[in-house]
Every structure is written in structure tokens, then in C-alpha cells.
Design a protein around this ligand. Structure first.
Ligand SMILES: NC(=O)CC[C@H](N)C(=O)O
Length: 475
């Protein structure tokens, strides 16, 4: 824990958190017409325009983080970000954890099916799967009905995956907000709504209960102004008016045709993919450096003749090798800040996670590598009068390192691959970039192929580089 705090402290000096009243606002990745990325990967939609206009009106700055609905909500409640705007329904249960702004839109839950499925309502769902989005009101609603109607609930992290599961026929239906599905139907989503809106509620902007009250106040003031000066109506019309939806429908059809090729997809998302690659590389390089240092230290602690240091080394390896990387990432990013009250930027949390996990593996093989050197070597060196540290340094380590090199290379490659897990805490590395692109264009097969090929290329480069270093060390 001290280590986490120390590394976080070291980094927090370099990361400008909260310069001149900038608020970090989390949102969904794809929830049109409220939030979605346009073809330039800029986040647009009713919620985005509202928050930007309000920020301008009230004189504060915002930084938008497209985390996905559930992650955004979690990040506000752990204090990692300041607020969430993502078509979030104001409910009594959520009021225990959040303070909501005045309402800005109304919606209920509807059920949608594939047009040719023949499913007409809840009564047809017996024995079938129903897709919903993690942590949403739609999910709560589905869970409240599943026993009565005998269906199984499956959850996805974003709406597009929910719809896709219905379109492919894996799920018989989905439950989602009427405001969103109505818009989807009008803009060519390819699903049909079969029920009347239930659980009707209002959307609000949310902050953590008791926190960021000035932000909440500004939101309410700004919203009132926008409603008064006509800007609010303008925004709503811009996204939901007949002209808007029919032109979006046309654009969607056109884009579908264009983005049907690999080259088209790469061209369209060039910028985003490149930024993703750079982020992945930054995470990988920094983590490899820190994990190697950490791993060697802990590994060495495990072989020196001291009970306490050996115990410490074994415990650290046991804990951080034993914890799933995903759990460790969520624990550091969401768990620790809700305990300590101070935030850790996602990037820093990511580096700490990889350092601890990859470092534990490194420590294990460093220890193993040293132990693999014949014990006679140490004994012989000591009997010649060399002190332990000298014998280690001059006799044992040089032999041990040769044994360890293949494991180091292996661990570097694993570290690169493991950066993909950090997409869960919203770091915009390559995998998260892929998710977001797919959320927009639903080209799952092609985008994942592109992403996979990029990873393989990066891994090839890393392997060649390591092999080159290996040859130099061996000679
Ligand atoms: N972005 C969303 O999916 C929000 C869904 C729904 N309105 C909720 O608050 O749970």
C-alpha cells in the first residue's frame, strides 16, 4: 500500500489534475442521440452539447471521459471523476449515492426485437435470452421481470453490443431507454420496439453525494438559462427533429458502405488508432521498466540469507501474482480512491497495476534463476573468502541472468498484451480504441482483426528487439 501511495504521489506531481476549474465528466461511449462519437471521433449528442453549452454559459471547463455507462457511474461514486452525464435516469436508489441536477429529458424502458423474430411481447420470452446494459435501469427492469416471464438476462457494457446480440439472434430481445431506441428505429438501427414505455423517469446530471455542489449548482443555473434562451430546444431539435434523423439515417447507410472495407476503416479511424498505439506503447515501456526494477528487487530479497526479507518477498509474489490483473486494476483505480479520498489518474493506476503484477512474476523467475545456479558455486566462492554480496554479484548473478533472459523476454511480451486489460479503467489504449470504434460502426470482425494485427506487429518488434539485446548480453 505504501508503494502504491508513493508511486501515485510521484506521478501526481506531473499530472495536472484540476487546473483552473476543469471538471472531469464521465459519459457513455454510445448512447445516441445523447452521446456518441461522430466520424471525427468527437463526442456529440444532446448530453455533450448541453454540458458544453452550460460550461460556456457558467464559465468552467470540462474534460469528457467516454468510459461507458457503468464505469462512468462507478468512477463518480469513487470520486475519480467529478460528474456523469450519460442519459442517466434519476432514481430513488441512485439518490442515496448521487446528487442529481434538475431533469433535462424524459424516457422510459422499452423492449426491442429483431423485426423478423416474431416476438411480440414479454409473454414470448420464456426460455430466451434478453440483452441489457450493465448497471442501467433497463437491466434492473429486466431482472425484476425475468422470473415471472422465464427469461435469462445477459449483460453487456455498451448499448451497441446489446443491440448486436439481438440482431445476430443470440438474444431474443433487449430492454433499453425508449428515447434511445426510438431514435435508433428512426435512424436505421434495424430493431423493432414491441412494448409501451415502462418505468418512465427523468434524465439528470449527477455528482457524488455531497461533493461538487458548486458544479451541480452551475449545471442547474446553466440549464435554466439554456431553456430560457431557446438553446435547449435548439439542441433537442438538432438531434431528434425529423430533418436530423432522416439525414442521420442516410449518413449511416452511406458510412456503412464506406466502412465496409479494411482500408476504409483504417483510413477513417487513422487518428484514433494511432493515438491508441502510442498509449499502448507508453504503458508498455513504462511498465516494463518499473516492473523489472521492482521484480529484481523483490527477487533478490527472496534469496538473501534473512528470514524476514525472504518472507516479504514470498508474500509480495504470492499476493500480486495471485490477484487477477483485472481485479487489481479495478481495486487500484476504483477501490483505493474511495478509501483514501484522493484520486489516481487512470494512466498512473494502470502503471501501478502492471508494475505490481508483472513485477511479481519477474521476482519469481529472478528468484528461481538465482536458485537454479548450482549451490556449489556460492559455497566455493564463499570458501575462497568472498563475502555474500560479492559472491552473488560476481559469481552467481552472471550465471543466473543467462537463465533468466528468456523469461524476461516472455514477461515483456505479456506486459504488452496485458495493457489491453487496462481498457476497463477507461485508458484509451489500443483495445479501448477498438471498442469505441466498434461501438460506433458495429464492424466487430474487421476492427478486431485490425487491432489484433497491430498487437502482433508490436509484439514482433518487441521480440526482435529483446532477442537483439539477448545476443549482445550472451556475447
Ligand atoms: N447511458 C445509459 O445507458 C443510461 C440508461 C438508463 N437511462 C439508466 O440511467 O440506467
Amino acid at each position: 500500500m505504501t508503494l502504491i501511495a508513493a508511486v501515485a504521489f510521484f506521478f501526481s506531481g506531473q499530472v495536472p489534475v484540476h487546473a483552473e476549474k476543469t471538471y472531469t465528466i464521465g459519459t457513455d461511449v454510445t448512447f445516441p442521440p445523447f452521446v456518441y462519437a461522430n466520424s471525427n471521433n468527437k463526442y456529440v449528442g444532446i448530453d455533450m452539447e448541453l454540458i458544453r453549452s452550460i460550461a460556456k454559459e457558467e464559465g468552467f471547463k470540462i474534460k469528457i471521459k467516454p468510459l461507458g455507462f457503468n464505469a462512468a457511474v462507478q468512477s463518480v461514486s469513487s470520486g475519480q471523476i467529478d460528474g456523469v452525464i450519460a442519459g442517466m435516469t434519476i432514481t430513488d436508489e441512485r439518490k442515496q449515492t448521487f446528487d442529481f441536477s434538475n431533469a433535462y429529458y424524459q424516457s422510459g424502458i422499452v423492449m426491442a426485437v429483431a423485426p423478423k423474430s416474431g416476438i411480440k411481447g414479454l409473454q414470448d420470452l420464456k426460455g430466451k435470452r434478453v440483452a441489457v446494459k450493465t448497471g442501467t435501469q433497463g437491466a434492473t427492469y429486466a431482472n425484476s421481470l425475468k422470473d415471472k416471464y422465464g427469461f435469462k438476462v445477459v449483460t453487456f457494457d455498451d448499448s451497441d453490443n446489446v443491440y448486436n446480440d439481438v440482431k445476430t439472434g443470440n438474444s431474443a430481445a433487449c430492454f433499453d431507454d425508449s428515447a434511445v431506441l426510438n431514435y435508433g428505429v428512426k435512424t436505421g438501427l434495424g430493431l423493432k420496439i414491441v412494448t409501451k414505455p415502462a418505468d418512465i423517469g427523468q434524465y439528470g446530471f449527477a455528482v457524488k453525494k455531497g461533493q461538487n455542489q458548486e458544479l451541480l449548482k452551475m449545471f442547474n443555473q446553466g440549464l435554466a438559462k439554456l431553456k430560457k434562451n431557446g438553446k435547449y430546444d435548439q439542441i433537442i431539435k438538432k438531434y431528434t427533429g425529423a430533418a436530423a434523423t432522416s439525414s442521420t439515417k442516410k449518413a449511416n447507410e452511406q458510412k456503412d458502405a464506406e466502412s465496409n472495407t479494411f482500408i476504409g476503416l483504417i483510413k477513417q479511424n487513422r487518428q484514433a488508432i494511432w493515438t491508441g498505439i502510442l498509449e499502448t506503447l507508453k504503458l508498455t515501456i513504462l511498465s516494463i521498466i518499473f516492473a523489472t526494477i521492482f521484480g529484481i528487487l523483490i527477487g533478490l530479497l527472496g534469496v538473501i540469507p534473512n528470514k524476514f526479507s525472504r518472507g516479504l518477498s514470498t508474500t509480495i509474489i504470492y499476493i500480486f501474482r495471485g490477484l487477477p490483473l483485472l481485479v487489481l486494476a479495478l481495486f487500484i483505480y476504483n477501490g483505493v480512491p474511495s478509501l483514501t479520498g484522493s484520486k489516481i489518474p487512470a494512466f498512473v493506476a494502470g502503471i501501478i497495476t502492471l508494475t505490481l503484477n508483472e513485477g511479481a512474476y519477474t521476482a519469481a523467475f529472478v528468484k528461481g534463476g538465482i536458485e537454479a545456479v548450482d549451490a556449489g558455486q556460492m559455497e566455493a566462492a564463499r570458501s575462497l573468502g568472498l563475502p555474500f554480496s560479492k559472491a552473488m554479484q560476481k559469481i552467481v548473478l552472471p550465471q543466473g541472468i543467462k537463465i533468466m533472459i528468456p523469461s524476461f523476454i516472455n514477461q515483456f511480451i505479456i506486459t504488452l498484451k496485458d495493457t489491453s486489460i487496462l481498457s476497463i479503467i477507461g485508458i484509451l489504449e489500443l483495445t479501448q480504441t477498438g471498442k469505441i470504434i466498434i461501438a460506433r460502426n458495429l464492424q466487430g470482425f474487421k476492427v478486431w482483426t485490425i487491432v489484433a494485427v497491430i498487437y502482433l506487429l508490436l509484439i514482433t518488434i518487441l521480440t526482435l528487439l529483446s532477442k537483439w539485446v539477448e545476443r549482445r548480453i550472451n556475447n
